[in-house]
Design a protein around this ligand. Structure first.
Ligand code: HEC
Length: 236
């Protein structure tokens, strides 16, 4: 009868050749794992989850407020008029940069996207959303009060909202809000210009369009058919 004692050395001899590489592999793996283990501290560092509680700070907030006076790169707002439209506490009545054709075109584009659904393409307040029962119809930009309002006022309303109208400071950049304000001014002129606004010596290029539909944001403005024939139909 083969006893274990006798069998074991044979078994060892028989399998040693095959086992040796496995043992070696196991050792190598062990070495690798333990060397990786040394880096665990680097991967899992002591840290706080956002807005977690901390006993280290007196106010117990792990997320620290910005150090006073910190300005993020590209976030400097030295030009206060550009960002507020105000001179002191009053709305300013000038553009912070020159109004070019490109500025007005950009303003028209942004206005048609963001404002015309309520204010309509021509700014009379007959946009699509009020027609569907929005709580309040916006005032027309062509009323006397808003015609006389300084341009900084339009920038301010777009930046901070007005009454039930929400603000557009996160959707429209400051420069684009100025472009929109300039375009609103152009809209006001377009509906209310007089012969006296035409520089001396120049002829009046066309009669003001007579809109039968103001362009609700979902539709384009339409002029009376007689004018459309004369090439002054849809504005875009
Ligand atoms: C969702 C509809 C809506 C949109 C979009 C909208 N407005 Fe208005 N807006 C209103 C309403 C409603 C009022 C009147 C608010 C009130 O009296 O409470 C108003 C009022 C105004 C006024 C007049 C404030 C006054 O003194 O009477 C201005 C200027 C104005 N909006 C500019 C803008 C500009 C610029 C945009 C686009 C960036 C815009 N609005 C987009 C609904 C809108």
């Amino acid at each position: 009868m083969v006893t274990f004692r006798k069998f074991a050395p044979k078994f060892a001899a028989k399998f040693a050749g095959r086992l040796a590489p496995l043992v070696l592999l196991a050792l190598v793996l062990l070495a690798m794992i333990s060397s990786v283990g040394c880096r665990i501290d680097m991967h899992v560092q002591p840290r706080y989850n956002p807005l977690a509680k901390s006993d280290f700070f007196p106010d117990q907030r792990a997320s620290r407020p910005r150090v006073e006076g910190t300005v993020a790169r590209g976030d400097e707002r030295a030009d206060t008029y550009f960002y507020t439209g105000k001179v002191g506490n009053n709305d300013g009545d000038f553009m912070p940069f020159p109004v070019t054709r490109e500025v007005l075109e950009r303003g028209r584009e942004r206005y048609n996207v963001y404002c015309s659904p309520c204010h309509s393409r021509v700014g009379d307040g007959n946009g699509f959303i009020p027609s569907r029962g929005f709580v309040r119809k916006p005032p027309s930009y062509h009323i006397d009060r808003l015609q006389k309002a300084p341009i900084g006022y339009f920038f301010d309303v777009a930046t901070n909202g007005f009454g039930i109208m929400l603000d557009y400071s996160s959707q429209i950049s400051a420069r684009d809000r100025w472009c929109v304000a300039a375009y609103i001014r152009a809209l006001q002129l377009s509906q209310n210009a007089t012969a006296a606004d035409v520089p001396a010596g120049q002829s009046i290029p066309s009669k003001p369009p007579d809109f039968i539909e103001s362009g609700t944001g979902a539709t384009l403005p339409r002029t009376a058919p007689s004018q459309a024939k004369a090439g002054k139909g849809e504005t875009e």
